[in-house]
Design a protein around this ligand. Structure first.
Ligand code: FRU
Length: 918
């Protein structure tokens, strides 16, 4: 992937490279920079030279011409050429002012490898590249020949030479002399020097004056300008018509040689080409490395009256064409620039297109790569999913198997509890009857102790499951630690005595109170002490010391023995589940210490162990209750089952039942026992049958039997074959026929949820196995007593019952309906119990039992009581005759009414009315 990125990066870079190069390629690298040093700038011929050079440069592609003008100043010209050398011009064209002083700079340029082109004038060195210009010797000869050919007789000539010592000045004179010297007709009467801006007027004026008009035929001037000025001097003297003036240059234009000839001012002019365009062509050739001749002489032509017009026309045409050419060149240049700009744009577009193409290709490549990778990932994912599913399946199987095993052990442990309860209750019972037989008592104690031990083991197993499921909920209440520990100490005192173990308990603060969950801490103490007793030899010692760190916020409880101890290497594992020390040869479940640690940690405390000549467990607990949440703190003690039956009390029943209320003379109460364990049900039956009528059910017919017999109490197990005890209880509590019956749930399920379920089903009491027989008996008696108290209340106040709500909702509803139905028929002497039962949707027997259960009287007595109460009220509040009161309250005969009234209230109706009205 990195390699691909690298490739893309390189390709993109290359395109940008191409883009940059293309910019540079078309830039200044190919331009030929040509510098031109012009010696004179204010002369028309010079201007023509510059112009022709510029036109040529514009025609040459990639040529950049710069003109430096020194205007008669040699120093300035030298300076300009040096600058061109320093700035690295590709070629230098020089039209030197004079031939000597300029030599060193010409040679410097030439020596530094720059092509040097001399134009028009020569210099005194051959270290230059090439020369181009008109042939000045030829110019001089042309003039000479012209004069000679026109000289039919003696002809006098005045020569006006140039002002300097430049090569044109010298050569034009030389060529002229070559022709005229020695010619017998031509007489060169005088040669004078002109000055830089034309003919020396004063000198010429004097010459003309001295010679007179006959004394001169021709004036040959160095150039047209000088010739024109000479003509003007002659005209001032009126001699211009006789003298013929000849100049050089032959420029087109108003004051140019061609026009001067046409207008007759000049006799003739010699066309002297500027060589501007040729010089530039030569310079470019030299830059390009092409061979050129050292000297390039340009031809000259004589302009006279015969060809002047033609020449003018020719030059005008050339000028027009040149103007067109310039326009076209400008247009081409513009096109070129446009083309250049567009080509740049095209290049950039192409490069960008290339980049986009590369990116597009890369994207396509990436898409394919990603798809491929995705497919690979999908395959891997599928494999992982399959593996995960397998793992989940295995984990589920393992969990289910574990769950099944745990359920099996838990169920088994619960199963153990019922026989244990039986054994322990039987032992209790036997102990009561054998107080006077010490040997039997010893045996019974043995059975009792071992049953206790078994039960404790069962409870440990069940606690272990609860701890694993993290379903323990701490319930801390304030507890005097010394008293609490002392009670547990007492449990072990007998064993200590038997084995000669010195077992002590002490504290530095016996008033110390801590917030602890007594049930859990009880288990911790029992586990740690059982452990100590297990591994301490006979005649050894075990101590409990509760140390209040008075300054600090903690309490340490030390339980120490001088037993076999724990090997040092194993000490860190002592609280692990199923731990068994390598020196421990006794049977051990290995969960007691583990559970103890869990219970202490639920108190946010800690437990440490030291082992050196015996073992010491140190429990650390916090003082106060700020480390607990509010819902962890309880005000009272809810003890769960204890292994000691005498202490077992799921609900503390405080009321003591007066014997006279439940006296033996009274009709026996009935109890329905719903229990599928035959032994337990038989045990209960035998225990209770002396005092109560017992109805038995194995659970399958519990509801039918309850409906049939409407017992006074129901004892019901939870785990039953067809329906659970909770379900049975719910049904009975929701049925009018049985809703009033107090129900006690007996169960081995000792968790909070089951307890809640019991309450929700409407059970009046919830006893967990192993329950104490004494507590069961006391609970039954309490319930019957409470029911009896209610009955007494209702029997005496039945006319006030409506809406009082002392019964459950269902009972209240029943009573309301019952009363309403009776009141509706209060004056109906025929209204029977059967009719009332029909109205209430119950059978006659059920109505009888229900009313008897609630009010303790028969239904007919109940109806009669209501009629009498009604009559009593009428006697008090109306003046109806007694016989009418009797009929209005449903009595068929006034005499029977009087008897009944007297029986109930002690007075006859007449006497009662009298006493109530007085
Ligand atoms: C102009 C000029 C021309 C002449 C040339 C010779 O400066 O004098 O008239 O032909 O220079 O160098």
């Amino acid at each position: 992937m990195n390699l691909n990125k690298n490739i893309v990066f390189r390709l993109t870079l290359s395109f940008f490279g191409i883009l940059c190069c293309s910019c540079i390629d078309t830039g200044s690298k190919d331009t030929i920079r040509v510098g031109f040093s012009q010696c004179i700038s204010d002369h028309e011929w010079r201007k023509a030279m510059n112009h022709s050079m510029e036109v040529e440069a514009s025609l040459q592609s990639g040529v950049e011409l710069t003109i430096f003008s020194s205007n008669y100043n040699t120093s300035k010209q030298i300076e300009d050429i040096n600058q061109m050398i320093d700035e690295g011009y590709d070629a230098i064209i020089v039209s030197p002012l004079e031939p000597n002083s300029i030599v060193p700079v010409i040679e410097r340029a030439y020596n530094s490898g720059i092509p040097v082109v001399l134009i028009d004038r020569k210099v005194s060195t051959d270290r230059f590249s090439t020369f181009v210009g008109g042939d000045n010797l030829e110019v001089g000869r042309d003039v000479g020949n012209y004069i000679v050919s026109g000289a039919n007789g003696p002809t006098k000539v005045l020569e006006i030479k140039g002002s300097d010592n430049s090569s044109p000045v010298i050569e034009r004179s030389l060529g002229f002399h070559q022709v005229v010297d020695g010619n017998r007709n031509v007489d060169l009467i005088l040669s004078i020097k002109g000055n830089i801006d034309g003919t020396p007027k004063d000198r010429l004026s004097k010459v003309l004056d001295s010679l007179g008009s006959e004394g001169i035929d021709y004036v040959y001037a160095f150039n047209d300008l000088m010739a024109y000025q000479a003509w003007r001097v002659a005209r001032q003297k009126g001699m211009e018509g006789r003298i013929k003036f000849i100049g050089v240059d032959g420029l087109n234009g108003d004051e140019g040689g061609i026009n001067l000839v046409r207008t007759g001012i000049l006799e003739a002019s010699i066309l002297y080409p500027t060589g501007g365009s040729e010089a530039l062509q030569l310079a470019v050739k030299l830059v390009k490395g092409e061979e050129v001749a050292k000297e390039n002489l340009l031809g000259t032509t004589v302009i006279n009256r015969r060809n002047a017009d033609i020449m003018k026309n020719q030059f005008d045409k050339i000028n027009d064409q040149q103007a067109d050419l310039e326009k076209q060149t400008a247009a081409i240049k513009e096109q070129e620039e446009r083309y250049y700009a567009q080509s740049k744009l095209l290049q950039i577009t192409l490069v960008l297109f290339g980049v986009i193409l590369i990116l597009a290709l890369y994207s396509i490549y990436s898409i394919f790569t990603i798809r491929k990778k995705n497919r690979q990932l999908q395959v891997i994912n599928q494999k992982i999913t399959v593996q995960r599913n397998q793992i989940e399946k295995i984990a589920k199987e393992v969990k289910e198997s574990n769950e099944a095993k745990l359920n099996f052990f838990t169920g088994l442990s619960h199963e153990f509890k019922t026989p244990l309860t039986l054994i322990m209750s039987a032992v209790d019972s036997l102990a009561d009857s054998m107080v006077d037989k010490p040997r039997a008592m010893n045996e019974l104690e043995l059975i009792h102790t071992n049953s206790n031990r078994l039960l404790r083991l069962m409870n440990n197993l069940l606690d272990f499951r609860k701890a694993e499921d993290k379903t323990f909920n701490i319930r801390a209440s304030i507890t005097n630690m010394f008293v609490f520990a002392k009670n547990i100490h007492a449990e072990f005192a007998r064993e200590a005595k038997k084995r000669g173990i010195k077992f002590t308990i002490d504290s530095n603060n016996k008033d110390l109170e801590l917030f602890i969950d007594r049930n859990l801490m009880d288990k911790v103490f029992f586990n740690l002490l059982s452990n100590a007793f297990k591994f301490t030899p006979d005649n050894g010692w075990i101590t409990i010391f509760i140390k209040d760190n008075e300054e600090g916020n903690e309490v340490n409880i030390h339980i120490k023995d001088n037993g076999i101890g724990i090997p040092e290497k194993e000490i860190k594992n002592v609280f692990d589940p199923f731990f068994k020390g390598s020196n421990n040869r006794k049977n051990s479940s290995g969960i007691g210490l583990h559970l103890s640690k869990q219970f202490i940690e639920l108190h946010l405390g800690k437990i440490d162990v030291k082992s050196h000549k015996g073992t010491e467990f140190i429990i650390t607990l916090f003082k106060g209750n700020t480390h607990f949440n509010e819902d962890h703190i309880i005000d009272y003690v809810e003890l769960e089952e204890s292994a000691i039956p005498d202490f077992a009390s799921e609900t503390v029943i405080e009321s003591t039942v007066p014997e006279n209320v439940l006296g033996s003379n009274m009709e026996k109460y009935s109890i329905l026992i719903v229990e599928d364990n035959k032994e337990l049900s038989m045990f209960l039956k035998h225990k209770l049958m002396d005092e109560y009528d017992i109805i038995m059910s194995n659970g399958t017919d519990a509801i039918e039997k309850a409906f049939e017999f409407v017992p006074d109490i129901i004892l019901c197990d939870v785990n039953l074959p067809e329906m659970s005890g909770f379900e049975i209880c719910t049904i009975l509590k929701n049925d009018l026929k049985t809703s009033h019956i107090p129900t006690i749930i007996l169960t081995a399920l000792d968790n909070k949820e089951s307890y809640l379920k019991g309450l929700q089903s409407g059970a009046d009491l919830y006893l967990t196995k192993p329950f104490s027989y004494a507590i069961l008996i006391q609970s039954i008696k309490s319930m019957l007593y409470n029911r009896e108290k209610l009955r007494l209340y209702y029997t005496n106040n039945f006319y006030k019952i409506e809406g009082t709500g002392n019964y459950g909702n269902l009972e209240q509803k029943f009573i309301d309906q019952l009363n309403q139905s009776i009141m509706e028929h209060i004056d109906d002497t025929e209204f029977s119990v059967e009719a009332l039962a029909d109205n209430l949707n119950v059978s006659r027997v059920q109505l009888y039992r229900k009313v008897k259960a609630i009010f303790g009287i028969s239904i007919s007595d109940y109806i009669s009581d209501i009629r009498l109460e009604k009559a009593k009220s009428m006697l008090e509040n109306t003046s109806l005759p007694i016989s009418e009161v009797a009929y209005a309250s449903g009595f068929a005969s006034p005499s029977y009414f009087s008897t009944s009234f007297k029986n109930k209230f002690g007075n006859s109706p007449g006497a009662f009315r009298k006493s109530s009205q007085s």
